[in-house]
Design a protein around this ligand. Structure first.
Ligand code: FES
Ligand code: FES
Length: 159
């Protein structure tokens, strides 16, 4: 069955007709060409497909596009402030938090959700928040440092 949906994606209103079975990640990648959201497993294990719906991180490989009707979706393409990187993106760059980069969009989106809920996370809290995001390359250490960098920078901005 087809559904007409209208949602906001990275600040822009989008209307479309989707099949009931269309996954949000496929809608984002194939209908909207927002290919920064990756598919690593399709089984809700790896976190590469993480986006925000109404500010909360979700795995878009196990969310139907129809479920996002009426919501505001943010993807990795929408997290920067114009040409200015989000502090988490800057942290990944400064602390070498990526190698192949496949996991990075999902890591950034999960970290953004964490820092919104908990602006001063401990290392343990960062590692716990990333339990649903797999990285095959980095060993996680630099990812944790990248998020610590972002947390410090965001605190300075707020101060
Ligand atoms: Fe969604 Fe792996 S592709 S969790
Ligand atoms: Fe390659 Fe994380 S940087 S999977």
């Amino acid at each position: 069955m087809s559904h007409s949906i209208t949602l906001t994606v990275n600040g822009k209103t989008v209307s479309a007709t989707v099949e009931g079975r269309t996954l949000l990640v496929d809608f984002l990648r194939e209908h909207l060409s927002l290919t920064g959201t990756h598919v690593g497993c399709d089984t809700s294990s790896c976190g590469a497909c993480t986006v925000h719906i109404d500010g909360v991180s979700v795995k878009s490989c196990t969310t139907l596009a129809a479920q996002a009707d009426g919501t505001s979706v943010t993807t990795i393409e929408g997290i920067a402030n114009g040409d200015e990187m989000h502090p988490i993106q800057e942290g990944f760059k400064e602390k070498h938090g990526l190698q192949c980069g496949f996991c990075t969009p999902g890591m950034v989106m999960s970290a953004a959700d964490l820092l919104k809920k908990n602006p001063h996370p401990t290392e343990t809290e960062i590692r716990q928040a990333l339990e649903g995001n797999f990285c095959r390359c980095t060993g996680y250490h630099n990812i944790v440092q990248a998020i610590q960098y972002a947390a410090e920078k965001m605190q300075k901005v707020e101060a």
